[in-house]
Design a protein around this ligand. Sequence first.
Ligand code: DGL
Length: 266
Amino acid sequence: MKNHPIGIFDSGLGGLTTVREIQRIMPGEDIIYFGDTGRVPYGTRSRETIIRYTKDDIDFLLRHDIKFIIAACGTASSVALPILRDKYDIKIMGVLESACKKAVEVTKTGRIGVIGTSGTVKSGKYEELIKELNPKMEVFSNACPMFVPLVENGYAESEAAMIIAKDYLKPLKEANVDTLILGCTHYPLLTKVISAIMGEGVTLLSPGALAAEEAKSYLEKEGLLSDKDHGNSEFYVSDSVENFTQLGSTFLGKPIDGKVHLEVFD
Ligand code: DGL
């Protein structure tokens, strides 16, 4: 079982920020990645649709003999996992828990900001988890619906991104947060812009990368870490293989290093 692949999914490319970190800290792991690029974005859709899409993603990964699943999508993790997780025998890890734990650990003022898609912010899940960990924390959230299209279209470091980000981040700056959770796995690509606006004193947390660390601890604890030196990654997308391959390299920080297949749901 330990040399079976880890299954990872996202609505599109954002989950590659988790793949990148897994390849760095667990180079022996095989990975099956599914990016639902034909149906992205999830974050602006209804709760019912997000749950249905997430179920399709999980069911698809289960056809690949995987040992464990990471929902590398803030929206799927906050809206769908609380409903779906218990319906499966396999362990499914979301990206919220590790980010909330880290935020509570690193904040000095107890003022934590959360940005994410509309679906994520509406779910209130980040806030709920942070308060469960420490009820004294104050949480300030704002949805940033334009961030995903900016990133997916290659505008992450543009003048346009700066103007839009200034507007979205204004309430969090005014709230004087000292820690900001980038609650959508696409947002680390906007780190330059976000940190220029928030300033050096604010710690930015990337849930996708933190989930990779949590996954490593889990696999170690369960005796499920691969014993190979080098793992292989395979990628499945529900829309253009070419677009994914091109833009995916900016998320991975290197060319996509595995086969990319097209998977269209009936
Ligand atoms: N990567 C997804 C997330 O982390 C956001 C993209 C979307 O809206 O589908 O929430």
